[in-house]
Design a protein around this ligand. Structure first.
Ligand code: UT7
Length: 333
């Protein structure tokens, strides 16, 4: 009999309605639509503008939609893991708040902080609880409100990021589908190149840190770009080779959406065509932990049961990883 695997059996998502266009960004900093499209490939991003709303609100909407789509009662969920680097507060975990708001009365929950690799790391972790036979229904949320930590006076970072959330349901399967393997990595030397400087135990917030705008994302873009291309391509090619997935056998690459040039470079290294790559960066920008599940959500109708799918991510830390799965269902919408 086939071993028990964890399979994604549904996806929900939430995107704020406000669209921050390149034209509007050009009124805030010295940039142009042409520069942003050529160097990054983003046209607009969604921004959570409603006063008092936070990452948990987006995550909750994604979870509610997921439960509805999959005909799942909230009390059936046993565990919820939320990947985020923009929690509502330093503590308690945003996952706890989502669980409460979505009425997951029987679930325990916690956050995972792995920046743009957060969804892949959280999915890896969640899959283990299913594979070992302990749980039957686990939710993984990728949610980030990047506008809360983006400096809209810094032209080198503010065009990059957007807000959004997506959630997947994981259930056991003994069919030849589901999550087959992962290859995840971290290297803490990357902490120097992409980070928020203040607001943690190393440098608590003071009037001085605020004045120096240290509560926002700082990035050495060129260094991060270089590592993102090489590490993401390496790990995606490694998992392809390990499982003998030649380019013609791959249905979809689902890459983290940070920069169109990074996505193209990874696809080239994997020797696959753009038609095999899920891309929505133009519409949402980099939503950090939400990019990969938002791609799955947008392409759900095109995914077919048995499709070979590779997820690939790279982010702050540095963190990076890939996952190989066979898609578990056909969508009849
Ligand atoms: O999610 C994972 C983490 N993030 C990433 O993977 C992002 C990785 N990095 C990148 O995507 C790119 O490095 C950026 C998009 C951030 C920057 O693109 P770049 O091609 O590496 O630009 P650069 O930093 O080398 O800057 C080139 C020029 C500079 O001008 P000079 O010094 O040549 O005169 C910048 O000042 O472009 C200038 N520049 C801009 N010009 C217009 C930087 N930002 C802008 C801008 N508009 N928004």
């Amino acid at each position: 009999m086939q071993e028990t695997r964890a399979a994604i059996t549904g996806i929900g998502a939430y995107l704020p309605s406000y669209r921050l266009t390149n034209e509007e960004i050009s009124t805030m900093v010295d940039t142009t639509d042409e520069w942003i499209m050529q160097r990054i490939g983003i046209k607009e991003r969604r921004i959570l503008k409603e006063k008092g709303k936070a990452t948990s609100d987006m995550g909750t909407e994604a979870v509610k939609q997921l439960l509805e789509k999959t005909n799942t009662r909230p009390d059936e969920i046993e565990l919820l893991i939320c990947a985020t680097i923009t929690p509502d507060r330093p503590f308690p975990a945003t996952a706890n708040i989502i669980s409460r708001k979505a009425r997951l009365t029987n679930a325990w929950s916690y956050d995972i902080s792995a920046a743009c690799s957060g969804f892949v790391f959280a999915l890896t972790t969640a899959a283990k609880f299913i594979e070992c036979g302990q749980y039957k229904k686990v939710i993984v949320v990728g949610a980030d409100m990047m506008s809360a930590i983006t400096d809209y006076t810094d032209r080198s970072t503010c065009p990059l990021f957007g807000d959004g959330a997506s959630a997947v349901l994981l259930e056991p399967t003994t069919e030849d589908v589901g999550i087959i393997d992962h290859m995840n990595h971290t290297d803490g030397k990357g902490r120097h190149y992409l980070h928020v400087k203040a607001g943690g135990s190393k440098m608590p917030t003071t009037p001085e840190t605020l004045q120096q705008r240290m509560q926002y994302v700082h990035q050495d873009g060129q260094t991060v770009f270089k590592y993102a291309v090489s590490r993401m391509a390496d790990v995606a090619v490694d998992i392809m080779k390990k499982h003998d997935i030649t380019p013609d056998k791959l249905a979809w690459l689902v890459p983290h959406q940070a920069n169109m040039r990074i996505i193209d470079a990874v696809a080239r290294r994997m020797k696959i065509s753009r038609e095999q790559v899920m891309i929505n960066i133009e519409n949402y920008g980099n939503t950090t932990a939400a990019t990969i599940p938002l791609c799955l959500y947008d392409y759900e109708n095109q995914l077919k049961k048995g499709d070979n799918v590779i997820l690939a991510a790279f982010g702050a830390g540095f963190t990076w990883g890939s996952m190989y799965l066979k898609w578990a269902y056909d969508t009849n919408k």
